[in-house]
Ligand binder design. Structure first.
Ligand SMILES: [Mg+2]
Length: 310
């Protein structure tokens, strides 16, 4: 079994985003990033940054320039005792102006190329890993790689922007990387982290592993309506993903309902087989019942097959 990893988007997740970041001087860690990543590291997670860098394709930055930016980011993280396992970047963009980079790539998020490559090069177990980012493309890349996802949604995000991409569902939505780390540690049964200054307790991971969280919804009174809704959606998605033969499957329940309806339609048809010389309307309704039974049976089979494939 491979290692657990937390994949991190770079801009607005780990560091501030001043637009196209081209100078090491402009690198600034977001608040709490050092604490969050140190806690995850101590809990045994690998840390891999995956970032789209179309500035290179647009001619605003060279790969050497990007390397200097990343060296500065590593240096600042090092001040917090954090070491990244790797940084993967995608310099390509189909509308780039630098010919070498002016094309699409499997690495460009929302495609999962960088995550898949990192998994094979760093022995990472994707289903036990997480993707954290601030944009829907980060969530999609994480989901396509088979990871769980956490969306960092900063206070600056407007409601309009929130509604715009509501169709991209992260497993969790939080306000910053510290909260994201809390979610991961809680879900992994690793304990909790304590934000610096929040209490007198030492900063870092609580050494005693917490009891495994119960499978039911983790809905608390402090949660807003939106958070409650997202938690319910997360549970429904987990139920739909449940392996066949082990847990409740929503798809199999639907299949069973359609199967029952098919039996009812078939039974009605068998009990009402028209005798020779039956009037035309009775003959038509009998035919209709049999066709309905067949259609319901097909739908039931379809849902059953779908539930087996999950
Ligand atoms: Mg970002």
């Amino acid at each position: 079994m491979g290692d657990r990893c937390v994949f991190l988007d770079r801009d607005r997740t780990v560091i501030e985003d001043p637009g196209y970041l081209t100078e090491p001087d402009a690198v600034k860690l977001l608040p709490g990033v050092g604490l969050a990543l140190k806690s995850l590291r101590q809990a045994g997670f690998k840390l891999v940054v995956v970032t789209n860098q179309s500035a290179i394709a647009r001619g605003l930055l060279t790969e050497e320039g990007l390397d200097r930016v990343h060296q500065e980011m590593r240096r600042q993280l090092g001040d917090h005792g954090v070491q990244l396992d790797a940084i993967y970047y995608c310099p390509y963009h189909p509308e780039g102006t630098v010919e070498l980079y002016a094309h699409d790539s499997q690495d460009r998020k929302p495609r999962p190329g960088m995550l898949l490559r990192a998994a094979s090069e760093h022995n990472i177990d994707l289903p036990r890993s997480w993707m954290i980012g601030d944009s829907p493309r980060d969530m999609e890349a994480g989901q396509r790689a088979g990871c769980r996802t956490i969306r960092v949604r900063h206070a600056a995000g407007t409601e309009a922007a929130v509604e715009q991409d509501e169709d991209v569902q992260a497993d969790f939505t939080v306000r910053n990387l510290v909260d994201a780390a809390r979610v991961i540690l809680r879900e992994s049964g690793e304990g909790a982290i304590t934000a610096a200054g929040e209490s007198a307790a030492p900063v870092g991971v609580v050494s005693q592993p917490a009891a495994k969280p119960p499978p039911e919804a983790k809905i608390t009174e402090e949660m807003s309506d939106g958070q409650v809704l997202r938690e319910i959606l997360r549970l429904l998605r987990q139920m739909a993903r449940a392996p066949a033969g082990t847990d409740f499957s929503a798809l199999r329940l639907v299949a069973a309902i359609f199967q029952l309806l098919a039996f009812v339609a078939l039974a009605w048809g068998l009990l009402n087989i028209p005798a020779a010389g039956t009037n035309y309307p009775s003959y038509v309704s009998w035919h209709l019942a049999m066709v309905t039974a067949g259609a319901l049976q097909l739908i039931a089979l379809t849902f059953f097959i779908l539930s087996r494939q999950r």
